[in-house]
Design a protein around this ligand. Structure first.
Ligand code: ZN
Length: 262
């Protein structure tokens, strides 16, 4: 295994082609802006994958050689094939990290990993957002300080229909009054999952240095400690066991040594 954390940044990459405002903020796509920020760190290597590539850029070979997958999607969640979602889900359960950004809350892969609708309230009026760092000792908030302030964002409000996070590390306040669980950590199988709310395509969110710092920290946190394929083996005891006079059947019913249960 390489010493570097092998990150694949996946982007739907549609808004950047069809919307001039988004194109001017992210001329090469949000994935490239995110990737350039990650690549400034020598312990991280970056590849890109986008929806319109064959297999959405997530071939078996790419998935098998990815340590952390970052996901940004919005208007074309339904175009992601179920087969690719299953492939990615299996790899997360085996140990791959997953970082889901902003409108990725409605992606097939996020919903598959969490098992809930992942719905929320939203409003787009360019209001101010303050993300409060409520876990200053957590690896993902290292160097962030007390809060991140974004002058213009799309609002996401509670209730966010997710399973209670294993660890909640950011809570957002919005100018319009809502709050939101903006930084959420889970473990599923051997994989670590981080959801991070900011990232609406018409604001320069991914150019913000604090946001970039969170992403770098999240990559390091989500990197696999182990890759293990699913198995459920029948196994021999490590110690020599004494012969049992009474046996139990599969349903836990005591049986005499002649096999009867009277
Ligand atoms: Zn948005």
């Amino acid at each position: 295994m390489s010493n570097q954390i092998r990150v694949t940044v996946w982007n739907e990459f549609r808004h950047e082609k069809s919307n001039d405002a988004v194109k001017s903020l992210y001329p090469n796509g949000m994935h490239v802006t995110i990737g350039e920020a990650l690549k400034k760190n020598s312990d991280i290597s970056v590849r890109y994958a986008t929806l319109d590539e064959p297999e959405h850029g997530l071939t078996q070979a790419v998935v098998d050689s990815t340590d952390v997958l970052i996901w940004w999607g919005h208007c074309a969640h339904d175009e992601v094939s179920d087969e690719i979602v299953k492939r990615v889900q299996k790899r997360i359960l085996e140990g791959m990290g997953l970082i889901v950004l902003h409108s990725g809350h409605f992606s097939k892969i996020f919903k598959a990993m969490l098992g809930t609708h992942c719905s929320l309230k939203w409003r787009e009026v360019a209001e101010k957002e303050r993300l409060w760092n409520i876990e200053p000792g957590h690896p993902i908030t290292e160097g962030i300080g007390e809060y991140i302030e974004l002058p213009n964002t799309e609002m996401y409000g509670e209730r966010f229909d997710i399973p209670t996070p294993d660890k909640l590390i950011f809570i957002s306040w919005f100018e319009g009054g809502e709050v939101f669980r903006s930084g959420c950590c889970w473990e599923r199988g051997h994989g670590r999952i981080f959801y991070f709310r900011p990232g609406h395509e018409t604001y320069p969110i991914f150019h913000n240095e604090q946001i970039q710092r969170v992403l770098v920290n999240a990559v390091r946190w989500a990197k696999p400690r182990v890759f293990m394929e699913h198995s459920a083996p029948n196994t021999q005891p490590l110690e020599k066991l004494s012969e049992k006079k009474v046996q139990f059947g599969k349903a836990g019913v005591a049986q005499n040594t002649d096999g009867s249960n009277k």
